[in-house]
Write a protein that binds this ligand. Sequence first.
Ligand SMILES: [Zn+2]
Length: 251
Amino acid sequence: MTLIASNALDVFLVASGPFVGSFVATSALRWPAGKGFVGGRSACRSCQAMLSWRELIPIVSWIALRGRCRRCHAPIGALYPLTEAAALGVGVWATLQFSGVELALVCVLGWTLLALALIDARTKLLPDLLTLPVLVLGLAVAGAQGWLVESLIGAAIGFAVFALVAAGYRRWRGCDGLGLGDAKLLGAAGAWVGWVGLPGIVLMASLAALVVALPMARRLGGRSRHVEIAFGPYLAAATWITVVHGPIVAA
Ligand SMILES: [Zn+2]
């Protein structure tokens, strides 16, 4: 009986992924335009025409409409279907390791990390409105599983390490290299994985950022010192992999 209930919850969670993704994409596009996170994509951004339910089915509608508004033919960004697919992917990926209530919690984490990654990539900001709930949820999960102390220490070390790096960089270069938002995100990650998971997250995120940022810097030639990259997406991805599969490199 519990098994059946658990399976039904799992199916519901995975199936709701694309709809959550739709909400995440809308929120990421609106942030920080002042409209906040509330509200879905109910009207065309170009002609303001209200969209019918058939135009709001995640992924399917975008493909059926070939990425254009049915009325004004304005292009609808691929961000929508891609985010919807990514949110579906989060749920499917999480079922590899989790089910039931644990799966629900991990899905909430994954979808929030997805929103953080998108917002940081677009605005270079990681809103407290999203990082703080990740921190609190991580502490709560650890508390329920009986390892609250490791979780708290992980959160403190994660935040402190990046906050120190940020302060050091500012002193050395006279400008911001790493934002405090990154420190808060690593702190939140520490709450989920404990201090043992932190070195692997920093290593994975840094390597991934280098692989993307180095070619970009090379293309820009001598001005490479001023290339700004959002670190949040890499941190979010590394956190996700560590929460689902465990620490790659343990402290
Ligand atoms: Zn339109």
